[in-house]
Write a protein that binds this ligand. Structure first.
Ligand code: URA
Length: 192
């Protein structure tokens, strides 16, 4: 049987493949447009996301919304997911075993969505999705082609909150994203 969003969401919400299920309030499956041409991938839910079951709803999420707005996009124009769907305690980085247990759900999301562009939010997602030795300070904003997808990584919005001096670089990265969207996407229009 072909996969469906409903089957995937059901599997994900009942998952006990790693120990994070024991401390989660909600599985944070993903949000946005299931026909989106642009997929954003974060690292994993924090406290607000765990409480609400929706990715990027805390302060970092508001900053992500602002960055999207700068290039004329809303959450509903894109899809937003994470490498791991359950909150790692104390907001630590997700462990390799947790990522390995969860990555199949993201693969199924990508297979259903078939986006044109994948944007990794931060180092953890970039190392998992683009290449294991990804260096975010050096390689953010650069385009990579992998498995037919155009990919880039930007600084994680939480990193921009911690260090606002990186914001101008991030602004340039979003401008590059805007240009790529307008080159490749058929129904997503990024404008400033
Ligand atoms: N940080 C992430 O990487 N993902 C979220 O959903 C929220 C914060």
């Amino acid at each position: 049987m072909p996969d469906t969003w409903e089957a995937l969401e059901h599997d994900c919400k009942n998952c006990r493949e790693c120990s994070l299920w024991e401390t989660r309030t909600n599985v944070v499956f993903g949000v946005g447009n299931r026909n989106a041409e642009v997929l954003f991938i974060g690292e994993g839910p924090g406290a607000n996301e765990d409480a609400q079951g929706v990715p990027f709803v805390g302060r970092a999420g508001h900053l992500l919304d602002d960055m999207l707005e700068i290039i004329g996009l809303k959450r509903d124009d894109v899809y937003i997911a994470n490498i791991v769907k359950c909150r790692p305690p104390e907001n630590r980085d997700p462990l390799g075993v947790e990522q390995d247990a969860c990555i199949g759900y993201l693969r199924r999301q990508v297979a259903l969505l078939r986006p044109k562009i994948i944007v990794c939010l931060g180092r953890i997602a970039a190392m998992r999705i683009i290449k294991p030795d990804f260096k975010i300070t050096r390689e953010h904003g650069q385009w990579f082609e992998k498995n037919g997808y155009q990919m880039m990584a930007v600084y994680h919005p939480a990193a921009l909150l911690r260090d606002p001096r990186r914001r101008p670089e991030s602004f340039e990265d979003f401008k590059a994203l805007q240009q790529k969207i307008n080159e490749l996407c058929e129904h997503t229009h990024a404008v400033s």
